[in-house]
Design a protein around this ligand. Structure first.
Ligand code: TAP
Length: 454
């Protein structure tokens, strides 16, 4: 039996130990899920909706506890962690409306009619990364349960605590045993078991593009459905006619939120050359104003990185001769801290400019005109997110249509709304999560012909 010690990233102290599930135990859990799903799919839609609402209420009742767990186990600032717990409740509530609205179609055909049914795909395997343990769990969990699927989730090894507690809350709220299980363990063992077990009919994976590729190849062996939410290298495009004060004031939060450990981080700021200097003058105090410190304080805006190894990885993008324009500060003492860091000017082949850093490091690059901005924004294998700052509505729409990315904001740095579809272009992923159609992605369309002629 192996155990994993969860560390507090702000103190480097152990929080607790978690017994790791083995591949054999994962297979047994998947068998339990398959048995439970056979009954869950037959729960009347109104009753399934009521159970999801009860689950949401249980999460709401435990939101302080969940937030505290995320502060201790993931280093998320308290305000952010509270928002994340509330987000899980809201996502469950949003999809609690779905069971009673999963309607098929009737299609007139010669000699009778065809009806379609959205049948639940079966058992869904959710593989969750460490950066947003609660929200990303909920994005797959809620629509899958609503569609009548059972869910077996594997949290990241480093951050299992909130997912484990949410699974207990599901049972306390009345969800039948086995309908939602959380299996803490290693990716190569428990995650692989989800990919390999024939009863798992869909994998919802969020994580790195590299692991995503191998998951997709594994799913291909059984023609298993797969959704991939992968990496990003998104652009924050600031045109000369933009509200520069707002663009500069929000730019730190567009990339340093969650210490930059955010797939949607706008880690490449592109600024029209004619306003570059003015932008940088506004951006510097905004970066230095980011409150980096104790995640348990409600005033903190940015906490530590997840681990010492990840800090080393982030730091490798900022060697001693890196073009650091300016940076913020970090607390002294223990903790996996890394300061908000702005690099400019950067070479086009600088890895900090071309690769996903997944830490609080941003590059600033000038562009000449609209076509140049679009070309630079699209010069990446990724296409997840991005922002466009301009007062010209026509340009905003033109650029938004031209940037190859799944989620763009105009005059805003926000990324995810659970009532709109979310996902990436190119190597940022496959498929969409969230939005009103998400439960459909957990069903298979069945087409039945009914003869009406005697
Ligand atoms: P990964 O190393 O890819 O890990 C993600 C999850 O996959 C973890 O639960 C991990 O388990 C598991 N895993 C690892 N190897 C596996 C295997 N061979 N088979 C099955 N599962 C396996 O990513 P990460 O470092 O946790 O997360 C950072 C990445 O996620 C970044 O690239 C980021 O952009 C991306 N991300 C994307 C999104 C969206 S919505 N597009 C959102 C958040 C993060 P262990 O923890 O045990 O290794």
């Amino acid at each position: 039996m192996s155990v994993f010690t969860v560390l507090n990233p702000a103190t480097e102290e152990p929080v607790t130990t978690v017994t790791q599930v083995s591949a054999e135990q994962a297979d047994e859990a998947i068998d339990r899920a398959a048995a439970a799903q056979a009954s869950w799919r037959d729960v009347a839609p109104g009753d399934r909706a009521a159970l999801l609402r009860a689950f949401a209420a249980a999460v709401d009742g435990a939101s302080s506890e969940l937030a505290d767990l995320e502060v201790a186990g993931s280093g998320h600032p308290l305000g952010q962690a509270r928002w994340e717990a509330g987000h899980v409740r809201d996502v469950l509530l949003y999809y609690s409306a779905a069971p009673e609205r999963l309607c098929g179609r009737q299609i007139p055909v010669p000699g009778g009619l065809n009806v379609t049914f959205g049948e639940p795909v079966g058992v869904v395997g959710l593989i969750v990364p460490w950066n947003f343990p609660m929200p990303i769990l909920s994005w797959g969990l809620a629509p899958a349960l609503a569609a009548g699927c059972a869910v077996v989730a594997k949290p990241a090894q480093a951050t299992p605590l909130t997912a484990m507690r949410i699974a207990e809350l599901a049972v306390e709220a009345g969800l039948p045993e086995g309908v939602f299980q959380v299996l803490p363990g290693r990716g190569g063992e428990v995650g692989q078991a989800l990919v390999d077990h024939p009863s798992v009919r869909k994998i919802v994976f969020t994580g790195s593009t590299e692991v995503g590729r191998s998951i997709m190849a594994g799913c291909a062996r059984q023609v298993k459905r797969v959704t991939l939410e992968l990496g990003g290298k998104s652009a924050n495009i600031v045109f000369a006619d933009a509200d520069l004060e707002r663009a500069a004031a929000t730019a730190p939060y567009a990339v340093f939120d969650n210490a930059g450990q955010d797939c949607c981080a706008r880690s490449r700021i592109l600024v029209q050359a004619s306003v570059l200097e003015a932008f940088m003058e506004l951006f510097e105090p905004a970066v230095q104003g980011v409150a980096v410190g104790d995640p348990a304080s409600a005033q903190t805006e940015m906490g530590p990185l997840i681990s010492a190894a990840h800090r080393e990885h982030v730091a490798s993008y900022v060697p001693s001769d890196a073009p650091v324009a300016f940076r913020g500060s970090v607390p002294d003492g223990p903790g996996f801290w890394y300061p908000p860091t702005v690099l400019a000017p950067v070479r086009p082949d600088d890895p900090a400019y071309t690769e996903e850093v997944f830490g609080p490091v941003v590059t600033v690059t000038p562009f000449t005109d609209e076509a140049d901005a679009i070309a630079i924004a699209n010069d990446t294998p990724y296409g997840l997110s991005g922002s466009i700052w301009t007062r010209d509505v026509g340009r905003a729409i033109r650029v938004a249509r031209a940037v190859d990315s799944g989620n763009l904001s105009v005059n805003s740095h926000s990324s995810v709304r659970y009532w709109t579809p979310f996902g990436g272009f190119k190597q940022s992923g496959l498929g969409r999560e969230l939005g009103p159609d998400a439960p459909d992605a957990f069903t298979e369309t069945k087409n039945v012909f009914i003869a009406t002629e005697g």
